[in-house]
Design a protein. Structure first.
Length: 187
C-alpha cells in the first residue's frame, strides 16, 4: 500500500474517533506482509481445551409461573374498566377453577406456556395453554359476554380441551356484570 494512502487512513481514523482510538495497531504494521497475522497465536492455543456451556432458550416453567402468567393475561384482557369490577369474584371463584384445569394438564407435561395476546372487542379468547417444545395447543380459556333476558349481562368463563378438538364448552363459572352493556375487552 502506498505511503500516502496509509497516512490518509490513519488520519481518517483519528478524526472520526476524535483521537480515542490511536491508529498504531498491529494491523497497520502487517498490511504489506502476505503472511496470516493470527497463525502464530492460533498455533500456541491449539493445545488448550475449552468448555462451552449452552443454555436452552426455553426454561421449563413451574406451575406457579404458569398461574402468574395466566392471571396477568386475564387481567390484561379485562382492561381497566372491567377488571376492577369483577376482580374479587374472579380471584375467589373463577381463577381457582382455572388453576385446577391447568394443574391436570401440567402433571403430564412440564413444558407448558401461556399465550400472551388476549383478543379485544367482544371476542372470547383469554389465553391458550400450549406445549412450548412441540407447539401443540392443549387448552383454550375463553370468556363470553351473555345477555340473559330480565337479568342482564354475565361473563361466562369456560375452556376447551384438545381431546375433543376444542368443540365442547367446559364451564368454569359466571360473573354478573349489570343490566347495562359492558365495555369492550382490553379497554
Amino acid at each position: 500500500m502506498k505511503q500516502w494512502l496509509r497516512q490518509l487512513l490513519i488520519g481518517t481514523v483519528a478524526i472520526f474517533t476524535l483521537g480515542v482510538i490511536s491508529p498504531s495497531h498491529e494491523i497497520w504494521a502487517n498490511v504489506d506482509e502476505k503472511s496470516e497475522p493470527f497463525s502464530d497465536s492460533a498455533a500456541e492455543l491449539s493445545g488448550e481445551n475449552y468448555q462451552v456451556e449452552w443454555q436452552s432458550e426455553f426454561q421449563p416453567s413451574s406451575i406457579d409461573d404458569l398461574y402468574k402468567q395466566a392471571k396477568t393475561v386475564a387481567y390484561t384482557k379485562f382492561g381497566s374498566k372491567i377488571g376492577p369490577k369483577i376482580q374479587n369474584e374472579f380471584d375467589d371463584v373463577i381463577f381457582p377453577e382455572i388453576e385446577k384445569v391447568i394443574a391436570q394438564v401440567y402433571e403430564g407435561n412440564r413444558t407448558l406456556a401461556v399465550t400472551e395476546n388476549p383478543s379485544g372487542n367482544y371476542s372470547e379468547k383469554m389465553f391458550n395453554v400450549y406445549d412450548a417444545q412441540s407447539g401443540d395447543e392443549l387448552l383454550y380459556f375463553h370468556v363470553r359476554t351473555e345477555k340473559r333476558p330480565q337479568e342482564g349481562y354475565y361473563y361466562n368463563f369456560h375452556y376447551h380441551v384438545q381431546e375433543d378438538d376444542f368443540d365442547e364448552h367446559h364451564t368454569i363459572g359466571d360473573i354478573y356484570w349489570s343490566k347495562n352493556t359492558p365495555p369492550k375487552w382490553l379497554s
